[in-house]
Design a protein around this ligand. Structure first.
Ligand SMILES: Cc1cc2nc3c(=O)[nH]c(=O)nc-3n(C[C@H](O)[C@H](O)[C@H](O)COP(=O)(O)OP(=O)(O)OC[C@H]3O[C@@H](n4cnc5c(N)ncnc54)[C@H](O)[C@@H]3O)c2cc1C
Length: 432
């Protein structure tokens, strides 16, 4: 590469970091380095859903063709089932709402989803075993110095923290921020949402065999089995060969408190079965095949007041880790990447004008993603009849749909346009 106009260091190679790397790879004058703590890119064995809004971005990034090959059913642009909602915490369960949405929910095995991003990375940009310990925004030399756990160091013009829920970049950014209100520093710490989630994968054939060849709903489309203080999200992945199961249990008194113990542990299937005893037959038919699960204490961030500082930006869960009740965290990470890459790639942006791109990124993405973060937690309460709608099904159903209205109020392309316009309107020189 001839001298690049910008050297961007991406800390963390999860969905957010890799989406940014792929999006930036369209600009031949931007140098990209992805520093990943692990020895390889990896995702957990679980499902993930995307909706139309994110799918459109994936099309722009040139990934949709390959992703279509690994999705459960390739989207055809027609409306499809987002989720079927059932009152399921009783023997006589029933459907109380059907959420349909353009494209339906596009369903993936996480590992297959991430693989497509990895396959589209330019060669030589990935650096493994590089756990970032700290950074120094060196204003004198207009660069950021990076220090890694293996003793190595590097520099860049822009550091993007894509290092997830427990982001070290966010911690340092907030520790060093000259907030007038010291309590703002605490916002950088994730809090326990009060939910735990049991995550498991079940081979579809096993359910089929045990049921005399009969399919259950979760083998054909996304299901939300709802009950008081608990719910189960389940849907097919890997061309119907696997059923993804996530059982949520809410502890109201624990919301916002510290979680004592490891945030992720292994457990056996009996534990999840115990929590959903007495639920409708279909739930029993699903859960009895769970051998092993992982138990997650679901943590999230409170809405952050800033996503950027100096030559450092936050992206994905590092900026807005949210409860998973709208299946939107990864989609929002991808949207961060789409907007930030368009700003950085603009010909007007150089090391000297970087502040404009970062300022526009924050002003567009922060209110948007923080809103999704808030709505996600509200949605979770709705699924468990703990919202103001309680179990008044006729008003609860439309209210659940309305929670996703943010996804239809604009398109990602319009958000990019808004961001570029905002950036071009920024005239006052602001020293990084
Ligand atoms: C139960 C559950 C279900 C979900 N379902 C959905 C869904 O259906 N749809 C959806 O859109 N979202 C969903 N999400 C949210 C989604 O998983 C996350 O929002 C998304 O994976 C975040 O990606 P990320 O790249 O920002 O962070 P991460 O995936 O956490 O990646 C961070 C990366 O940074 C690396 N790293 C960490 N620290 C360092 C360091 N110091 N130096 C270098 N590297 C580092 C890590 O090893 C990792 O590779 C769900 C979440 C949960 C918990």
């Amino acid at each position: 590469m001839p001298t690049p106009k910008l050297r961007v260091a991406i800390c963390g190679g999860g969905i957010g970091g890799l989406a940014l790397a792929v999006a930036l790879s369209k600009y031949s004058n931007i140098q990209i380095d992805v520093y990943e703590a692990a020895e390889q890119f990896k995702e957990i064995g679980a499902g993930i859903t995307m909706r139309e809004r994110t799918w459109k971005i994936l099309e722009h990034l040139g990934l949709s063709k390959d992703l279509s090959k690994v999705t459960n059913t390739p989207p055809d642009g027609l409306p499809g089932i987002g989720f079927e909602f059932r009152r399921a915490d009783r023997a006589d369960g029933f459907q109380f709402h059907l959420y349909t949405t353009p494209y339906g929910n596009v369903l993936f095995h996480r590992a297959h989803f991430l693989d497509i991003f990895v396959n589209h990375l330019p060669t030589g940009v990935a650096h493994f075993g590089k756990r970032l310990l700290s950074y120094e925004d060196d204003k004198g030399n207009s660069q950021v110095k990076l220090k890694f756990a293996d003793g190595s160091q590097s520099t860049c013009d822009l550091l993007v923290g894509c290092d997830g829920l427990r982001s070290i970049v966010r911690k340092q950014m907030y520790d060093q921020a000259p907030f007038k209100e010291p309590a703002l520093k605490d916002v950088a710490e994730p809090v326990w949402s009060g939910w735990v989630a049991y995550r498991a994968l079940v081979p579809a054939d096993r359910i089929r065999r045990a049921n005399g060849g009969k399919e259950i709903r979760a083998m054909t489309h996304p299901m939300m089995y709802c009950g008081k203080d608990k719910h189960i999200v389940s849907y097919p992945i890997s061309q119907g060969r696997i059923v993804n199961v996530v059982g949520f249990v809410f502890y109201p008194e624990a919301e916002g408190k510290a979680f004592n113990g490891p945030w992720v542990t292994e457990c056996d299937g009996a534990e999840i079965i115990k929590h959903f005893a007495g639920w409708e037959q279909e739930v029993q038919e699903l859960l009895r095949h769970v051998d092993n699960a992982t138990l997650w204490a679901i943590h999230h961030l409170r809405p952050l007041p800033m996503y950027t500082s100096g030559r450092v930006a936050l992206l994905g869960d590092a900026a807005h880790a949210m409860t998973p009740h709208q299946g939107a965290g990864a989609g929002q990470a991808i949207e961060d990447a789409f907007v930030l890459a368009a700003l950085l790639g603009d010909p007007a942006i150089t090391v000297h004008t970087l502040w404009k791109a970062l300022s526009a990124y924050e002003s567009i993405r922060l209110p948007f993603a923080n809103r999704v973060l808030r709505e996600s937690a509200v949605s979770g309460k709705m699924y468990e009849f703990n919202s103001i709608f309680k179990d008044k099904y006729t008003s609860l159903g439309p209210a659940i749909d309305a929670q996703w209205s943010w996804s239809m109020e604009s398109t990602p392309e319009e958000e990019v346009e808004r961001a570029l316009k905002r950036m071009r309107g920024l005239e006052v020189k602001h020293k990084l």
